[in-house]
Design a protein around this ligand. Structure first.
Ligand code: FMN
Length: 218
């Protein structure tokens, strides 16, 4: 495999999926891959609760109903508008610009996909210990990225999204999640369809590495 073929360079977020299940063996293999993520003193602070089949469908529907009638909230507070530094604020504007530049049909589709949990046939909810430091979140991020990369290797698309966890009660109603765990993020998995939204990554590049990397020899 050459560097440009690396799955790290090919993975991108997928927000529209075929109505096609993923078998449990494949899901377990993806989780087992991600579970090899490095963590502080090998603490492995992640836990996952996975909805498939009819349960995933039900959660997509409940989620949509909640977006219509319920004030969203999160167990782990998400960043607010003034929680960004100069660099991240600019990069975040770039993402908003990408959304603004979609035509109306695709803009509506993007919001609808979010409201419907992307109709993902598999939803992985990731929790963090209620008592966690920033380093545990670092570790869990590595685990989550591992899920997306392993999924890609299995020809499965993925979307890590805050959207999935905006109504924690819809998740706790179906999974027995201990109180000493907080729901941190969801990752949707599925086989990608050919909706134009799945090509949005072509316009969400990264800043030039010279702007974020310092490398010195002496
Ligand atoms: C923590 C986190 C939360 C995210 N939440 C959402 C979300 O709620 N809705 C969404 O459409 N995308 C969400 N995304 C996907 C990002 O928009 C996406 O990763 C970013 O634009 C880079 O694009 P790429 O993943 O295709 O490389 C989230 C990503 C992360 C890592």
């Amino acid at each position: 495999m050459t560097m440009s073929e690396s799955i790290l360079r090919q993975r991108h977020s997928v927000r529209s999926f075929l109505d096609k299940p993923i078998d449990n063996e494949t899901i377990q293999s993806i989780i087992a891959d991600a579970h090899l993520a490095p963590s502080w003193c090998n603490t492995q602070p992640w836990k996952v609760y996975i909805a498939t089949g009819n349960l995933a469908k039900k959660l997509c529907k409940t989620h949509y109903d909640n977006t219509l009638h319920t004030q969203s909230w999160c167990e782990i507070p998400p960043p607010q508008d003034n929680d960004w530094n100069t660099t991240t604020a600019v990069n975040r504007q770039g993402w908003f610009h990408t959304i603004a530049s979609l035509d109306n049909k695709n803009k509506t589709a993007l919001f609808d996909m979010n409201s419907n949990n992307f109709n993902a046939p598999v939803i992985i909810y990731i929790t963090a210990p209620a008592k966690a430091t920033a380093y545990s979140y670092y570790d869990i991020g590595a685990f989550g990225y591992g899920i997306t990369l392993s999924a890609y290797e299995h020809n499965i698309g993925s979307i890590p999204a805050y959207e999935f966890i905006r109504y924690p009660h819809e998740i706790r109603a179906v999974f027995d999640i201990p109180e000493d765990e907080k729901i941190l993020l969801g990752i949707g998995l599925g086989y990608p369809d050919d909706h134009p939204i799945n090509s949005i990554h072509r316009t969400t590049g990264r800043v030039p590495i010279e702007s974020m990397m310092t490398i010195k020899e002496n």
